[in-house]
Design a protein around this ligand. Structure first.
Ligand code: NAI
Ligand code: MG
Length: 358
């Protein structure tokens, strides 16, 4: 019996975005066809740097209102060689994340069966992390300005904003995430030695929120030392919370330590569920490999699994991820993971695994 129907807005956007989103939708459709326990109804939005170049806008008038009607957003990547990155990022991705208050950016990373960490001493199970990134303010709050354009005395400011409200809600979310994982270990990352205002507030709020989570072990790291610990002692980490900028950088490091940036997913969540949340692979539009048919769809498959879990379809989510990991273990891997398979071959192998669920 088919249960709920979820309405999903897909925004493939730029570069390899359309290739991986197509692969993701193929896998999701195979999954719902096979399981017959729920339905997904996709609506595609062709918002991209191409539409920006034609119309001057990434999101057409009324676009956000349209998006709001969906249960989730399945996003590819935005960025084109002939549009400045800050225009594309703020024009599409942040233009959705910010008004929709997707303040929690969740980035799980682990080494899949059949893939390898570039770390020589990383054993099975050593690297299994979730990075919680503050996604609404901090260094990417958009505060600042430029004066005296082009003059030798030109100045620019990029002001970080840390509000008690913003820090507290992400901290609570991070503690809840840590509490749900077996190790119940949360590492709070700051730079509160050099950044003595916002980062000190961050430390204080972490300490206050910790009182409500007595079963979670908390530990503190400065962001520079954190990079070393991730590389040298991956097994000592589990759930990690950091600011918008710090976690952005740490999560790319995490993805590559797990084998490739082509694996890792990211969820932009509105934990209040007032607005739809947005799910995307962590990687960008990768124009160096666009159209070659070799982009790794695994990050998008994992993204799809994260989306299903958020929608409440946890069983289906686990099954999908299991199928993807089986395919990795079979050695059907794209070039970034040291294999030779194409996007299509990996997708077909995952669909074949899904069909075995019947
Ligand atoms: P990128 O993630 O697009 O690419 C970095 C490297 O990883 C490239 O060599 C690429 O070929 C490889 N790579 C990425 N995804 C892959 C996949 N699925 N399979 C195999 N290899 C993969 O980052 P880059 O080059 O810094 O940025 C390119 C564009 O993407 C820029 O315009 C940037 O602003 C944008 N971008 C957008 C993001 C988003 O939409 N959320 C996130 C990151 C970057
Ligand atoms: Mg990034």
């Amino acid at each position: 019996v088919v249960g709920k129907t979820y309405n999903i807005a897909s925004i493939p956007a730029d570069g390899i975005g359309p290739e991986v989103i197509e692969a993701g939708i193929t896998a999701l459709n195979a999954l719902t066809d096979t399981l017959q326990t729920f339905k997904l109804n996709f609506k595609n939005y062709d918002w991209s740097s191409e539409t920006y170049k034609k119309t001057g806008k990434y999101i057409p008038d009324g676009g956000l209102e349209e998006l709001k009607k969906h249960d989730a957003i399945f996003f590819g990547a935005v960025g084109a060689p002939d549009v400045p990155d800050h225009i594309s990022l703020w024009g599409l991705r942040l233009a959705i994340c910010q008004p929709f208050q997707q303040y929690a950016n969740v980035r799980p990373t682990r080494v899949f069966r059949g893939t390898e960490s570039p770390l020589r001493n990383c054993k099975d199970g050593d690297l299994d992390w979730v990075i919680i990134r503050e996604n609404s303010e901090g260094e990417y709050a958009g505060q600042g300005g430029r004066s005296h354009a082009g003059k030798p005395w030109e100045v620019a400011t990029e002001v970080s904003i840390f509000s008690r409200h913003g820090v507290e809600r992400i901290m609570r979310f991070a503690f809840e995430t840590a509490q749900k994982r077996p190790r119940k270990l949360l590492t709070v990352v700051t730079k509160s030695n050099a950044q003595r205002n916002g980062m000190v507030l961050w430390d204080e709020v972490a300490k206050a929120v910790a009182v409500d989570f007595p079963d979670v072990t908390v530990d503190k790291m400065l962001v520079d030392a954190m990079t070393t610990r991730m590389v040298l002692k991956p097994e000592s980490l589990d759930t990690i919370v950091a600011t918008n900028l710090h976690a952005d950088i740490l999560s790319d490091l995490a993805a590559s330590l797990a084998g490739s940036i082509g694996i890792a997913p990211t969820s932009n969540l509105d934990p209040t569920r007032e607005y739809p949340s947005m799910f995307e692979p962590i990687h960008g539009s990768a124009f160096d490999i666009t159209g070659m048919g070799i982009s790794n769809p695994v990050a998008t498959f994992w993204t799809a699994a994260e989306m299903l879990a958020w929608l409440g379809e946890e069983e289906a989510s686990k099954k999908l991820l299991e199928c993807v990991e089986n395919v990795c273990e079979q050695g059907v891997l794209t070039r970034d993971l040291g294999g030779k398979a194409t996007t299509k071959e990996v997708t077909e192998a995952v669909v074949a695994e899904i069909k075995k669920l019947e």
